[in-house]
Design a protein around this ligand. Sequence first.
Ligand SMILES: Cc1cc2nc3c(=O)[nH]c(=O)nc-3n(C[C@H](O)[C@H](O)[C@H](O)COP(=O)(O)OP(=O)(O)OC[C@H]3O[C@@H](n4cnc5c(N)ncnc54)[C@H](O)[C@@H]3O)c2cc1C
Length: 396
Amino acid sequence: MKDLTCIIIGGGYAGLAALKAIKEKNRGNANGRRIRLVLFDKQPGHLRKLRLFRPTTVEEEIMIPWKDLVLEGFEFVQGTVTSVNSVEKRIRYIDTQGNDARIHYDFLVVAVGSIVRGPDPDQGGIALTDQQAAADIRERWRDNMRKAADETNPEERKRLMTIVVAGAGISGIETSADLAIAMRKEAAVLGLNSSDTSIYLLNAQERLLPEGPEKVGRKLDQALNECGVTILHNRKALREEAGVVTLSNGDCLAVGLCIWMIGLIPNPVLRGMGLPLTPDGQVLVDECYRVQGAPGVYSIGDCTRIVDPRTGKADRMTCFEAGMQGLRLGKIVMADLEDRPAPIHQSPKSNMDYFNIGLGQNGFFWIRKWGLDMVITGKIPGKIKKLVEDYASMLR
Ligand SMILES: Cc1cc2nc3c(=O)[nH]c(=O)nc-3n(C[C@H](O)[C@H](O)[C@H](O)COP(=O)(O)OP(=O)(O)OC[C@H]3O[C@@H](n4cnc5c(N)ncnc54)[C@H](O)[C@@H]3O)c2cc1C
């Protein structure tokens, strides 16, 4: 009997979890037909998005070649998928030579993720969008520090040693902590006064991580202060121009660099893919991740609007939720292939009842259990965070 071809578009956290789950649940075949798994990605390896901020301070490789992952038994095609023809069951893609190509699927998983939201072009600054932006940020602040070492005007020296991070989600928090620690070290090496370095983290809300308890937010403030980060709550950056950041309350900060970390948006490539979308640009699926009106097509991860039918709650764009969806998809696909009722989506019970945030080599871990809040800081949560990230990226 002819093989069944399962194509997965996107080897991010959702795509990798789906690949693993489909392989394990179906054990390589369905109703006696072998399942051929094909992973498509525009990049030559898995991008560890959770560690995107790391190259802003050190040279760290965050693109992992597919062969270095624990996953086996799949083919990889590097190409940018541009559209899905769900009537003919074909996808169209541009290969690495720039050729327009097509390939047939029997079932398809769309997991093309999200991109980092950028500021408007006239807002200045730099957004942490990809590895190149991370490397540019590292070059910029290190160059500023070298200039500061030769600068005789104390005000200008201070400006060169100041960074604003606009956006205080988990990625903004982790980026600002890493930068504060690295800048202090660099200042010492260059003979500058480490306490002259300033990192301002702008938080549009009243406190950090408002989904968690207030006292935990305060502890996180304190942990960040100890790293050298000053948090300005209820403040947004409006624009950066000629080394001055204007804030929403009218204040101005003289800075050497302004970094935007203002969240994620669904991958814009979806607009041309021919799949049904929400007004925000996420793929519309049912409670089993099946794309509406496209038999055999599933969609998960940041690019998909997934709602728990029992609570009406939509999943957020996080690695954790993307991974859980991928794991459930293995069971759904198996059930659909065998014509059985499939499990339906369920939000993680209380997805903000814990968080673990990296602060340099250390971490900040909070969990609420039996109504009690527990916070652990220091090296252990830092190590746990790294282990979880390695697991999500399926490193060997
Ligand atoms: C700086 C930063 C820090 C973050 N920190 C956290 C955190 O601490 N905790 C947390 O839970 N979440 C965090 N997130 C969010 C998390 O990274 C995302 O929720 C997660 O990456 C979603 O996984 P995904 O597989 O849906 O999408 P992605 O990881 O975006 O993967 C999509 C994949 O699809 C590929 N692709 C895209 N378009 C095409 C195409 N046309 N053709 C072929 N391939 C394509 C991409 O190359 C990529 O490999 C962070 C995000 C950023 C940017």
